[in-house]
Design a protein around this ligand. Sequence first.
Ligand SMILES: Cc1cc2nc3c(=O)[nH]c(=O)nc-3n(C[C@H](O)[C@H](O)[C@H](O)COP(=O)(O)OP(=O)(O)OC[C@H]3O[C@@H](n4cnc5c(N)ncnc54)[C@H](O)[C@@H]3O)c2cc1C
Length: 497
Amino acid sequence: MSIKMPEPDQAVLARRDEIVAALRKIVPGEGVISSAAEMIPYESDGLMAYRQPPMVVVLPDTTKQVSQVLKYCHANGIRVVPRGSGTSLSGGALPLADGVLLGLGKFKRIREIDFDNRAVVVEPGVTNLAISQAVDHKGFYYAPDPSSQIACSIGGNIAENSGGVHCLKYGMTTNNVLGCEIVLITGEIIKVGGKTAETCGYDVMGIITGSEGLLGVITEVTVRILQKPETARALMVGFADVEAAGECVAQIIGAGIIPGGMEMMDKPAIHAAEAFVHAGYPLDVEALLIIELDGPGVEVDELISRVESIALSCGSTTCQISVSEKERLLFWAGRKAAFPAVGRISPDYLCMDGTIPRKQLPLVLRRMKEMSEKYGLGVANVFHAGDGNLHPLILYDANKPGEMDKAEAFGADILRLCVEVGGVLTGEHGVGIEKRDLMPEMFSEIDLNQQQRLKCAFDKDGLLNPGKVFPTLHRCAELGRVHVHGGKLAFPDIPRF
Ligand SMILES: Cc1cc2nc3c(=O)[nH]c(=O)nc-3n(C[C@H](O)[C@H](O)[C@H](O)COP(=O)(O)OP(=O)(O)OC[C@H]3O[C@@H](n4cnc5c(N)ncnc54)[C@H](O)[C@@H]3O)c2cc1C
């Protein structure tokens, strides 16, 4: 593991048997897993280059059990890593050697469907897709749609503020979550938000969304559901260069049109996806845009013709418009399967996630090509073009000595470039361990200290998911008094990863 994690607490490890026995009393039966073989599935999340067996896995079934587990861990100074479905691509659910891995997989119940208030109350282990499936019969759905929606949990979506193809028009998770129940590390249970659109006081839901398991454990979620649009049709538009495709994206948004989704793929990604799903993608183009318009039929027809003429004015070389639902889904099939498709052309790939202002797209793609030559590694680009969220997939072979280090250095350079051009380190995958050490590229020490004070307000002993998000762990009591005088670092014993 090339990334440095907090040193395991040997005193905690020495008490492992006693800790496991105490946890078994709280979560009886199969709810505690402690054998090395049975813990293997929990060693990593979607960022599979990093693995670490936890001290013990605990799978509670009720909020009361979560509360008792956290209370026990708090009283005994034991670290806790929450986990949903384990699909995080930034290592957010990577276990700690001396920590409890707290899996929410048994929290699978849909508690209430309230069509009158357009809200659904679910447990955090319910998958993203299951929410839409539960309300489909009345023509409703839950809008944020990560490509992993068949597997990822709604609790994980909140913790990562996940996005998807339709977030350009309908907002990210943060815009679609109304409230939740959270268990604090002390075992106390708090309720945040609710079914109403307005709340009073601080926007605590906004703080919890995207908090990556560092502030509390989510045990119940209330989400907003939307009525399905009357019609949806998609255009598949090819360009001879990525600059023209980037310009087309900017002009569509500039014309006041917000498509339901607007995605771009570059040539390597187009070829990989086409070979995998045979969606009919043109192979003689450098960039492909898939643009979906949704709403009332008449409006969609009007918008399709406006988008088609904007694309033509930007130099599109091919344009196909879906004429049936089957064809619309086929256009999307390649894009949605782009990650596994790229997995077929390279033994390994690293999926990056950065966001840039839309107009910087051509420059960033050009610089990425130069980096690809410098590192001698291929890159395929798939991205949410409408909101400037890039997903470069860096191709490498972990069996070749040094290639993984090169891929990581390449990825870090891409993220630095995103920040340099006015963007941010992550669009939707979170910071986790993957981007933790790059946080100072974006935030000053003052910024980071202030963010950690917020963490301290929820978890002053730093027991919840330590080693993630923040490159330096401060003790809460010392925050604000850490200054470097004459090159001498204060509190040298504080772990700096
Ligand atoms: C093939 C593939 C495609 C993907 N596509 C997308 C995409 O299009 N858009 C996107 O945004 N992401 C995507 N992802 C990333 C991932 O699916 C999301 O980040 C997802 O939200 C993670 O949910 P999870 O349940 O798997 O969480 P986990 O991986 O288990 O955990 C993620 C983080 O959430 C915390 N956490 C989980 N549950 C809780 C809880 N109940 N309380 C507190 N903290 C919790 C964990 O501690 C961790 O920090 C993709 C991943 C894969 C593998």
